[in-house]
Design a protein around this ligand. Structure first.
Ligand SMILES: Nc1ncnc2c1ncn2[C@@H]1O[C@H](COP(=O)(O)OP(=O)(O)OP(=O)(O)O)[C@@H](O)[C@H]1O
Ligand SMILES: [Mg+2]
Length: 260
């Protein structure tokens, strides 16, 4: 068995000022080329757990115990500049709302180019070719036009694809996708999940998919971690958790979306 990409060990996160625990004793591993879904109701600690892996916690929060290993290295030992190298190059991020991920005053092409300039040694022609190829890979029509477009000139679904192109630009091993489809309509949600599925096998990526929607993660994830009020209440292989949920909470989540 190869070593996990990420191992979260007994992670607890608290609010600095009040000491309130918002993530409690969470453990799971992300194997290479696998998809892990973090699911649970609003406020259950999914985003906090995902952001802990990137060391992007809000300044109001701190890891109070436990640790996260990235390819066997303890993240707590990494400086901010080391983390800047890791973010994008090793771990890509996709957020819920792509409008916040892109700066409105620069073209989409320029912003993805910045990722490549920062993380790779490629020259200008090579970078442009790579970006046009990325647009093609994520199913964006007319890559040359997308390159020159400003974020507001694309539809929501196209921006989401552009953000995925940005996340995979520097060939990371892991993508953290936090509710990557919830700002889209149902048809587009299915298409984006399909795209992740496709990329995962083409690029040999691991994905941590944060979602409250068990239906959406069913087709994509290998394992599901169910969170409630900061704790893991159930975890296991996706099929097992979905077909034979043990906890009432998981059953309720399943009922809410009527997983088919
Ligand atoms: N900076 C902060 N200061 C205080 N509490 C916070 C802070 N950030 C998050 N929390 C609290 O931590 C809990 C977990 O938040 P988190 O964003 O991780 O939940 P989530 O599972 O991602 O929810 P959602 O599905 O709504 O995105 C929530 O109760 C939230 O209010
Ligand atoms: Mg969240």
């Amino acid at each position: 068995m190869p070593n996990p990409i990420v191992t979260v060990q007994n992670l607890s996160v608290e609010v600095k000022q009040t000491g309130a625990k918002i993530v409690r004793n969470v453990s799971f591993s992300v194997e290479p080329e696998s998809v892990t879904a973090l699911v649970g109701g609003s406020g259950s600690g999914k985003t906090t757990t995902g952001m802990s892996i990137l060391k992007l916690l809000s300044p109001a929060l701190k890891v109070s115990s436990g640790q996260i290993l990235y390819k066997g290295f303890n993240l707590s030992a990494f400086s901010e500049s080391k983390m800047q190298e890791i973010r994008g190059r090793e771990i890509g991020v996709v957020f819920q709302e792509p409008l916040y991920a892109f700066n409105p005053v620069f073209t989409i092409g320029d912003q993805i180019d910045e990722v490549l300039r920062f993380h790779t040694q490629q020259g200008v022609i090579q970078r442009k070719e790579k970006i046009l190829h990325l647009f093609d890979l994520v199913g964006l029509p007319d890559p040359a036009r997308i390159y020159m477009s400003y974020p507001h000139q694309l539809s929501g679904g196209m921006r989401q694809r552009a953000m995925i192109a940005q996340a995979i630009a520097a060939d990371p091993d892991l993508i953290i996708a936090d509710e990557p489809t919830s700002s889209l309509d149902v048809t587009l949600q299915a298409k984006i999940i399909e795209l992740f599925h496709d990329l995962r096998s083409k690029l040999k990526l691991s994905i941590v998919l944060v979602s409250h929607d068990l239906g959406l993660v069913k087709h994509l994830s290998d394992q599901v971690i169910v969170m409630k009020q900061g704790e893991v209440v159930e975890a296991g292989k996706t099929n097992t958790v979905i077909e034979k949920p043990q906890e009432e909470y998981t059953k309720d989540l399943l009922k809410a979306v009527e997983v088919k």
